[in-house]
Structures are given as C-alpha cells and as structure tokens.
Design a protein around this ligand. Structure first.
Ligand SMILES: *Cc1c(COP(=O)(O)O)cnc(C)c1O
Length: 389
C-alpha cells in the first residue's frame, strides 16, 4: 500500500499523524512540500498534468483537503482563504429565490453574510432558535433549500440536535450545513449524523497558533463535492500553498491541544460557577448546561471555550484591562488563551436588541482556554475580577 492511500481504519489520533501525505513520495521528506507554483508544465500536451493551475488544484492544498476529508469522514475536502470564504462559497450552492433556515446565534460574520449580502441576491434567511426542533420546522417554506447549524453556538454554547434537524431536513430534501469550528472533528463529526456540508474556520482550533487564516469544507456525498468543487474554482476563494502547509503543521497536534485545553476549560468553568460575583457561566460540560445530554449524544467532548457574565459592560471592560495572561482579542482556539468581548467584537454586527435577546449581554466575556497552566490562568482572572467588583 502506498503512503498516499487513505486509510479510514485508524483511530482519530493516529489519523492526525498518518493521513496519507505525511511522507513525500518522491523524496521521503517528512512533511508535504510547499508547491509554490501558480501553473504546471504540460510535459506531454496529450496527457495533461493532474494539477494544471493552482486555483483549480495545487498538490499542497490537495494534501490538506484530503486530510480534512479523512478527519471528518467525508468524501472530499476543500480549503479556502478564510472561514468566511468557506461559508460564503458553500452557500453559493443556493440560487436566487431560495430560502435558508439558520440558527439565530450564528457566528457574527455568518449573520452579516446571510442578513446583508445574500439578501441582495434574493436569498432570504429565517433565523430560529435551533435548540427547539419545532421552531426549525415552523420556519419551513415552499422555497426552503438549506438549513445552517452551528453547535455549540457562539458565545453562549447553545446546543442543536444535529440528528433531529438532519433527519427532518432529509425528509424535506434540504441541504444541511454545519459550522463545526468550536468542536473540530476531534470531538464532533457531523457527517456521521448525515450533515451534507461541514464547515470550519480553520483559523481557530485546527490551525491552533493564531498565525494562519483559513477555511475548510467537507462534503458528505460526491454530488455535493462536485458542486463545491465548481464553486471553489469558479469563485477563486482558494487557500494558498504556504497557508495550506502551515495549517497541516498545526493540525497534527489537534488532539493533544484539544484534550489539554478541555481539561483546563472544565476547571475554569467549575471555578467560575462557584463564584458569587459571576451572573452566568456557559460551558456544555456543566451539569446544568441546557442541551448537555443532546450534546453528549453527538460529541465526545465539551471543548475549550467558556463564556461567563461578569454583570455589566463596565466591569467586563475593567476585567479585560486587568488580565495579564490571555490575549485580549477577537478569535479563539489557539495555544495561548484568548479572552474576547462578544458585544464589542465578534457580535458587534448584530443589532443590540437581537443580541441581548440571545444572552449576549454587555457583561459577557468569552474565554478560549489555551495551553498555559490552568492554575496561573485562574489566579490571573481572580486578580482581575477581585480588582473590579
Ligand atoms: C471565526 C469563525 C468564523 C469565520 O472564520 P474566519 O476564518 O475568521 O473567516 C466562522 N464561524 C465561527 C464559529 C468562527 O468562530
């Protein structure tokens, strides 16, 4: 068997290291070569090369695309210049006049795309509370074509019943899409539940080092893969060879990073829950987290993101100024912890009343737990909270 043959039989942690392209066939090099070329010579004009132009196909990007397809258990993967490029390209599968049902607490950028850009193309979206399957069903119209899920959602980590929504969507002949950024295939593989297109901001946990912007999509069927291929090539939203390599470099340690960060996140969530000066803590691993049982039926872990409400916007800003360890920034899913302020950062595009209705209050902070010693992270947050009661 060639190293390049895909092997689905290995356990997930093994697949992360042995994904088929980990050894260069020609030279034995220990990582995929970066094919920094825009075009490829036709040695024989009657037998064109496999890759002829890097927008249509590049060997480094191909290795990454095969890698994510293997991890998610899909038929084919696609790599894009950002998470939003992946999401917007995948949604181009729809046509004018089509209708989408989307979870009301989608990522802010996806909300902006659906509510201000696709509307201009006469593609309308109904945002629903996807924790309630009846509300999803009630949003159905004769022109509904797709359902867009994100679970756990950002930043209050609400849970969608993926199998429930997908079974209903399949009955209705709808395409299902799921943004799997928060769990990654390490903890959640939605294609196994029947989801048609899995999407990622690979900028987050998959890359894992806050140094690459990238997006990925994986198709469940050949028919969907053919559509995504046409769209990726036609829109030109591809990921470059350097970034493709860097992303694979990060993905090799996904398992180790996720497992470590999750342990720390559970500790942080428990510590926050025991404090009297915190109004709410959101973490799917907490016993009282709404949807915890559904989450456990479709995921093998709880992830590394903990959100909590410090009571007011004033206090949130003071805490952000007082912490010493986490990066205070937009984004998540990195080796270093990142503390962000959804109301002013990721969800600033959302109208205020819509945002507040979704529990994204002015006092809400989102902690993406990195690989620092958790005791140091907790001590740091403790001093920041104590200074600002
Ligand atoms: C960051 C993010 C995106 C957008 O990805 P980019 O790489 O920033 O374009 C989409 N969905 C979720 C859940 C995200 O966290």
């Amino acid at each position: 068997m060639s190293k390049k043959d895909r092997d689905d039989s290995y356990k997930f942690d093994t697949k992360l290291l042995h994904f088929g392209a980990e050894i260069d066939e020609g030279t034995g090099a220990s990582s995929v070569p970066i094919y920094q070329a825009s075009t490829f010579h036709h040695h024989d004009i009657f037998a064109p090369p496999v890759h002829d132009y890097s927008r249509s196909g590049n060997p480094t990007r191909q290795a990454l695309e095969d890698y994510i397809a293997l991890l998610e258990g899909g038929v084919r993967g696609f790599a894009y210049s950002s998470g939003m490029a992946a999401i917007s390209s995948a949604l181009m599968i729809l046509s004018a006049g089509d209708h989408i049902i989307a979870t009301e607490d989608v990522y802010g950028g996806t909300y902006r795309l659906l509510s201000t850009i696709l509307t201009r193309m006469n593609i309308e979206t109904t945002f629903v509370d996807m924790t309630d399957l009846d509300k999803v069903k009630a949003a159905y119209r004769s022109n509904t074509k797709a359902v867009f899920m994100e679970t756990p959602s950002n930043p209050t980590l609400r849970i969608t019943d993926v199998a429930g929504v997908t079974a209903w969507a399949q009955e209705k002949g709808l395409i299902t899409l799921l943004d799997n950024t928060f769990m990654t295939p390490y903890y959640q593989r939605p294609i196994e539940q029947g989801v048609d297109i899995v999407l990622h901001s690979a900028t987050k946990f998959l890359g894992g080092h806050s140094d690459v912007l990238a997006g990925l999509a994986v198709a469940r069927t050949e028919a969907i893969a053919n559509e995504l291929k046409k769209l990726q090539n036609g829109l030109g939203t591809v990921l470059g060879a350097q970034e493709s390599w860097l992303l694979m470099r990060g993905m090799k340690t996904l398992g180790a990073r996720m497992a470590h960060s999750e342990q720390s996140a559970a500790k942080l969530a428990a510590w926050l829950t025991n404090r009297s000066d915190i109004d709410a803590v959101y973490y799917p691993g907490l016993m009282n987290h709404p949807g915890r049982e559904i989450h456990e039926s479709q995921s093998t872990g709880y992830g590394a993101v903990v959100s909590f409400d410090v009571g007011s916007g004033e206090r949130a800003k003071q805490v952000l100024n007082a912490v010493k360890l986490p990066l205070v920034a937009v984004s998540l899913g990195a080796v270093e912890s990142i503390l962000s302020y959804p109301a002013m950062m990721s969800h600033a595009a959302m109208p205020q009343d819509f945002r507040l209705d979704r529990g994204i209050t002015d006092g809400l902070l989102r902690f993406s737990v990195g690989l620092e010693d958790i005791d140091d992270l907790i001590a740091d947050l403790d001093q920041a909270l104590a200074a600002n009661r």
